[in-house]
Design a protein around this ligand. Structure first.
Ligand SMILES: C[S@@+](CC[C@H](N)C(=O)[O-])C[C@H]1O[C@@H](n2cnc3c(N)ncnc32)[C@H](O)[C@@H]1O
Length: 317
């Protein structure tokens, strides 16, 4: 494979970002079984979080599966089995099944306890593989930060299964046809962390990074949390000061009825017609003030193509 074709999926979510979001989901997760389909139990802070909160949430079960090609440096299956023999299978796809968590247990102790298991998968740990699909089907809730390139297919799978989920994804995933349709239909909600927040993800040494802290490397990515649960995401307050001036707001090339607004602060406070605005509008969208009419994938303004736009209109009061 040529280097440029190698996909870098190893972006690890920080525990503090998971805590900030999941402190709002207790009521949805109590007593549930949770499946983490893209999560190496030794590496994923989603796993850490749900182990730490297993008893408080009264979880029925926690399962994490790990993809074969996941971060080989930290493939901790180079471990000894109960008879002291080195597990020599070169695969790194495995699953941890947690039924009980005792206070103070390390992950090593946890997976070695009699009621929990850490076993190799038969297939490669692809979430779409038959055995992971079955785990997904049987779980109450599926939670993860999947490879961003596979976000669409995981969301599609979850909707086919009519499964509850909480996914971390790139903020532009809201513009994918299926996500946007579900969002408009009120079946997909944005999480509590403000839409399009730039979160720092830990990346393996040698990958492109923005920051280095304590010997670890981080890359910042604008993200959103996408969930089937109706979590309450209060919009950020936007103070609009501009008044509409027809000379300052060009119309879309192919639709004279819609004005284009490039930055949120430029949304005219007194305009009643349709506006094409950047998707970051979702950060500040107050449903009592604006209606979300749709999205425009290729908005042309003065012969120039804009990034995907949301079509909005002030609600008549
Ligand atoms: C963006 S990382 C996030 C890891 C972890 N969920 C977290 O948030 O820290 C996505 C992970 O999914 C794994 N992965 C890649 N393709 C996969 C697939 N088809 N099925 C399941 N996991 C996959 C990658 O190896 C990587 O470890």
């Amino acid at each position: 494979m040529k280097a440029k074709n190698i996909r870098n999926d190893e972006f690890y979510t920080r525990l503090e970002d998971i805590e900030a979001e999941f402190s709002h989901y207790d009521a949805f997760l109590k007593g549930k079984s949770i499946y983490l389909p893209c999560d190496n139990p030794y590496r994923s802070h989603f796993f850490t979080y749900f182990v730490q909160h297993f008893n408080r949430l009264g979880l029925k079960q926690l399962i994490a599966t790990c993809y074969d090609a996941s971060f080989s440096q930290l493939s901790l299956f180079e471990d000894y089995d109960d008879n002291g023999a080195l597990i020599s299978k070169p695969k790194t796809a495995y699953q941890a099944v947690i039924n009980e968590v005792k206070a103070g247990q390390s992950i090593q102790e946890l997976v070695k306890s009699k009621v929990n298991t850490l076993t190799l998968l038969d297939e490669n740990g692809d979430f779409a593989s038959e055995e992971c699909f079955l785990l997904m089907k049987n779980a109450d809730v599926v939670i993860t930060n999947p490879p961003f390139s596979l976000f669409r297919s995981l969301l599609h799978l979850l909707n086919q299964l009519d499964k509850d989920y909480v996914l971390l994804g790139p903020s532009q995933a809201i513009t994918y046809s299926e996500s946007f349709q579900l969002f408009q239909a009120g079946q997909l909600h944005l999480g509590v962390t403000p839409f399009s927040s730039g979160l720092d993800f830990e990346v393996p040494r040698g990958s492109p990074f923005d920051k280095e802290r304590d010997g670890l490397f981080y890359k910042s990515v604008p993200i959103a949390w996408f969930t089937s649960f109706g979590v309450n995401s209060p919009p950020q307050k936007l103070q609009l000061t501009k008044s509409f001036d027809p000379h300052c707001y060009p119309k879309l090339d192919d639709n004279e009825a819609v004005i284009n607004v490039d930055t949120l602060l430029d949304i005219p406070k007194d305009y009643r017609g349709q506006m094409a605005v950047p998707i970051t509008f979702l950060k500040v969208w107050d449903k009592h003030d604006f209606e979300l009419l749709g999205k425009i994938d290729k908005a042309m303004v003065g012969g120039q193509e804009k990034f995907t736009r949301l079509l909005i209109q002030r609600i008549k009061k």
